[in-house]
Each structure stands twice: as C-alpha cells, then as structure tokens.
Design a protein around this ligand. Structure first.
Ligand code: AGP
Length: 604
C-alpha cells in the first residue's frame, strides 16, 4: 500500500516566512512509513519552482540522491510506492509532474478511468513519462491552469474527473501550500507546533505531533504556514475535530492493533474492494478483467501454488470445473509438467501472493517450456511470477507483513472467482450481488465474531481438527494451516468424508473439531460427520450460515451471513482466522513471525 506524506513548516521566529528545510521532515516521515511495504520512493519540494527527487528501491537510494542538497521550500510532499500500474522503476516512482514540471502529485489508490483520461490528455498533446494511473492527475491540473484557473480550482477540477479510490496530495511552483483530498483511501492531518503534516498513516508524523484530524471522503485540505483549512466539495469550510493519538510509535505502525496479522485480517473489506474495483461493469453487472482481455477459454486449467495459495487454488479449481472447464490444483513442488496432459490449449495459473515462491515460479517455468499459456495471480507488481508469465492478474491486497497469509487469501479467492466467470462465461446476478456485498459482510463478522468466547475453553487442547465438504474443504485445510502456523499446536484439516477413513482414530474429548456447515450444500452429510465426532465426545465448533439447522449439533456456533454459495468459504475463513489468531495470542506466540517460517520462500 503506498504511503503519502506532506508538510508545510509553520511561521516561527526562526522561519518567519514559513520557509524551512522540509527535506528532513519528509524523509523521516517516509522512513516511518516503510513498514507498509514499498518498492520506490520520492519527494517534491515547492518554492519558486518544484524540485522532484525519486528513486526505485530502498529509501536509502533516494536519500543518497538528495543528501548533498539542502532544499529549502514552503511546502513538500513525499511518497513510498507499492506498484499497481507499471513495474517498480525510477519513472514510475512518485511524485509525478505535468509537462512543465510546475505541479507535483503523489497518490495512493487506484484511478479506474485512467486509460480514458490518458488517451484524452495524450490527444491534447500531453506527454507522459510513466506507466502509472497517477500521472493523469498533474496533466489534468495543467490543463485547467492553462485555461486560467488558480491552483486550488485546478486541483479540484482534476479530482472531479477521477473515478476510483484515492488519496492525493499536490504542490505547485510559486505556491506555499500543500493541497490534498481523499476518496476511500486514508488521509490524516497532523497539527504540530513546527508545522502542518499530512500522511496516509499517523506514524509518518508521530515524532512531530499527536494532534490529528482524520480527513473524510470528498473533503479537501489546504496546508500552509499559517494553518490548515478543510473544505467540502462545495468549498464550504468544515470544522473537523482534532483528536489526540495515544499510540506509541511501535503501536502506530500497526494502527493500534497488537499484531500485523490482526490488522491485516481487519483490512480484508478494503482489500476486497480494491480487488473488485473497476472489474464489475456497473451497467451490465458483468465481470471484466481488462488486463486479461486477450485470454480465451482454455481446454483445461492447472493451478500451481503452495500453502495458503494452494488452498485458494483448490477453491478455484472447483469453480472452473463447475463451469465445465477441467481444472486441477497442484502443489507447485509436486508439479511435473512432463507427466501431465499439457499443450498450448492448457492454461497454467501460478497463484502466489509474493510472486517469489521458488516452487511456484519453477512450476510456471516448466509449464512455459511445455508450451502452455501461463498466468500469474499475484499481489506484487513486477515480482518474478509476473515477469515469467504470459498474463498477470493482480489481487491488489496491499502489502501483507505478517507471515501468516490472511487478506491475500481472501483476495486470491475473489480474484480467482472473478476469473472463473470470465473464462467459463457463467456469471449470475446472485454472484455479482454476492461479490458486491462481500466487504460489508466480512466487516459484520469482524464486528460481531464470538470467537473470544470459544478460545478460552479450548486453548489447552491436544489438537484441533477442521472439516468441510465441497467448497468447505479447502477452508478446512486453510483453517488448520493457520492454526498450526501461529499456535504451534497440532491442527489438521480434512474433507469431512475422509474422517472415518483414518483421522477419526485421533478424535477424543481433548480435540475440538471445527466444522464448516453451509445450509446451501451437503448439509445432511456434514451433520452426519458432526455426529461421528460428537459420538467420540469431541467438542464441536460450527461455522455456519444456517444456525437453526446446526444448533442442536454444536457446542459453539460461529455465525456467518448468507451469501451466494461461491462466497460462503471466504466468509467462513474469517472466523477461522480469528480463531487461530485469538488462540495464538492467548498462548503468547510470536504471531507475526512464527518460528521457522519466512514470508516468502525463495528456495525449492
Ligand atoms: C500462509 O500463511 C503461509 N505463510 C504460506 O503457506 C504461504 O501461503 C506460501 O508460502 C505461499 O506463498 P506465496 O503465496 O507468496 O507464493
């Protein structure tokens, strides 16, 4: 997720014009935003002209380019970029400027209509230096400035043209202010004695002030040496409350959550909105994935992946098969392209959050060498997987810091579910409505989950078993993986029908069984399996969308909302994430960095 920062020094005795050395404040702020993950960084400082420095790679690369210069100015902005449009490079790093270099812009989010805007601006003679969606903004501003608008009007007019999610900040040559606004992307203002700050997250300026104002959607902020002005879309002044932040800097990186894992679990509604954005046609209600326009329905599909991504692949393989495309999910480490039917009509999909997992990248390489068409479904722009495949679909989760994958699993499933509709040609009204409702439904689970009531009773259990059928089976595997990964407890997931073929021997009154029971499929059979474990005195925790059906069979019930059948597993998984997290927390485990594990496994 990109990080934005902005700063205007206050008028003080030592800097009566508010003209100070802004660079240090910006660079310090950017380093405080590093935890969000980034691939390039940059700053812009305005006085009579605008000076921009930006570099691909670590912040130290940027610092090396500016350390020789002391840039004084009235207003500055900075940015750490997490690529969404165009790979990491010096050119794609923010800030972006107009043709004259007189306005510089930083942006967090996605501009859905940037293609149309870019075509329009290019036709009008504007020249673009980057592949980003962001660069349309300074050129739009330039257009209005040329027509005689003042900087504030030009900024507002440009924002008016944008569709999508964004937090945007801009500085202008000859202007002493930072202009900013937001729509569905966070932006917070800091009111300090040394000056006025803005950032996508509080840690960026917490060293300077704990007095903050949370900007709301469609509000505009103007920061200058004499203060901060907040207005609404119609330019009416808005009086926003100033709040005191009580986090220490360590907590602040996690936005107040105890762990990145919990923060990322809570980011799922936003991650899914990002994944869906611009991919659902509002007019027709159909799904279209522009970057995959040239991908035809294949004869068969292989999905290759590891760990959590493998579980997302199991889910997707089932969706493809239900749409009549033969599909199989393989552990990437077990994929042998010479031993499976494969030709140019085969689509091999590598599902990998990091894009760097050696087994998955290796499997894609093998598939390529056998002539298959390849697609990476990934979170990291410019990662190895995306460079080695014919096509790429980004899941747009934003960086995931905790080793345990949570929000990326949800986004992978959503991305693959959308992909399945475009390849199979089957997209029901119920699917689209379910997709749109998903972020709010996840939020409702996060707000009301009763997992805490369950955890205390079972925290010292011998083992945990997870069972599900059909679309519930991959979730059972994922629930167990998450539980073992962060609690270090024995946990196993099974397709429920397999229980009686062996695992049932392990079931006792000290092994809680978590059963995913949906009222929409296999209900009777699942209840049969629940009875099997109850007969062995195992406590049963059900995750269900039909409490009336299961209440007589379960010791505990974790409810999820009803939805289209494709999305029930995604909702069920949120309860399982919380169960694993709360159990690990009670056991005092190192949740974000579990022993022996790495976020990205780059060896085979
Ligand atoms: C999940 O919590 C794990 N950390 C792990 O299984 C992970 O999903 C696996 O290593 C694959 O990673 P990738 O998605 O980056 O390829």
């Amino acid at each position: 997720m990109c990080g934005i920062i902005g700063y205007t020094p206050a008028q003080t005795e030592s800097q009566p014009n508010g003209n100070g050395n802004i660079l240090d404040v910006l660079l310090d702020g950017l380093s405080d935003l590093e935890y969000r993950g980034y691939d390039s960084a940059g700053v812009a400082i305005a006085n009579s002209s605008v000076t921009v420095h930006k570099r691909n790679g670590e912040l130290s690369e940027l610092e090396a380019t500016v350390s020789e210069e002391s840039v004084g100015g009235y207003a500055g902005i900075g940015h750490t970029r997490w690529s969404t449009h165009g790979p990491p490079s010096d050119e794609n790093a923010h800030p972006h400027t107009d043709c004259n270099g007189s306005v510089a812009v930083v942006h967090n989010g996605i501009i859905e209509n940037y293609r149309e805007l870019r075509e329009e601006l290019t036709a009008a003679g504007h020249e673009f230096d980057s592949q980003t969606d962001t660069e349309v903004i300074p050129h739009l501003i330039e257009t209005s400035l040329e027509q005689g608008a003042n900087v504030e009007t030009a900024f507002r007019r440009a924002i008016d043209r944008l569709e999508g999610s964004f937090a945007v900040a801009a500085v202008f040559s000859g202007s002493e202010a930072v202009y900013a606004t937001r729509n569905q992307s966070p932006l917070v203002l800091g009111i300090g004695e040394d000056g006025y700050h803005l950032a996508s997250d509080v840690p960026a300026f917490l060293d300077h002030t704990d007095q903050v104002v949370y900007l709301q959607d469609e509000q505009f902020a103007k920061l200058c040496s004499s203060g901060v002005e907040i207005t609404d879309k119609g330019r009416t002044l808005v009086d926003m409350p100033v709040k005191t932040v009580e986090w220490d800097p360590e907590e602040a990186g996690k936005s107040g959550y105890d762990h990145y894992m919990l923060k990322e679990i809570n980011e799922q509604p936003r991650a899914i909105r990002n994944c869906i954005r611009g991919r659902v046609d509002e007019m027709t209600g159909s799904i279209s994935i522009k970057e995959l326009d040239d991908l035809d329905r294949p004869e068969r599909i292989h999905l290759v992946a590891c760990g959590t991504s493998y579980h997302a692949s199991l889910y997707a393989a089932r969706l493809f098969r239900d749409g009549d495309i033969p599909a199989t999910a393989f552990y990437a480490s077990e994929y042998d392209a010479s031993a499976v039917p494969i030709n140019e009509e085969t689509l091999v999909i590598g599902v990998t959050q990091s894009g760097e997992t050696a087994d998955t990248v290796g499997a894609l390489r093998d598939a390529n060498s056998k002539g298959a068409e390849t697609l990476a479904v990934t979170n990291v722009v410019g990662g190895s997987a995306s460079r080695k495949t014919d096509h790429v679909m980004y899941i747009r989760s934003g960086p995931e810091i905790s080793v345990a994958a949570t929000k990326t699993f949800a986004s992978q499933q959503v991305a693959l579910a959308m992909l399945s509709t475009t390849l199979t040609g089957e997209c029901s009204h119920e699917f689209v409505e379910g997709l749109r409702a998903l972020p709010d439904q996840i939020q409702s689970i996060l707000d009301s989950s009763r997992v805490r009531e369950v955890v205390g009773t079972y925290v010292n259990s011998d083992a945990y078993f997870f069972i599900g059928r059909g679309y519930g089976a991959p979730v059972a595997l994922e629930g167990a993986l998450k539980m073992k990964e962060i609690t270090y407890k024995h946990a196993e997931g099974f397709p429920a029908g397999e229980l009686k073929h062996g695992p049932l021997a392990l079931v006792t009154d000290r092994t809680p069984v978590v059963a995913i029971v949906s009222g929409k499929s296999n209900t009777e059979k699942m209840l049969g399996n629940v009875k099997e474990v109850e007969a062995r005195e195992a406590p049963v925790i059900t995750v269900t969308d039909s409490p009336d059906t299961v209440e007589n069979y379960a010791d505990h019930l974790l409810q999820i909302p009803e939805t289209a059948w494709q999305f029930t597993p995604i909702l069920a998984n949120v309860q399982l994430q919380l169960l694993a997290y709360r159990t690990a927390n009670q056991l005092g485990r190192s949740i974000d960095k579990p022993r022996n594990l790495a976020k990205s496994v780059t060896v085979e």
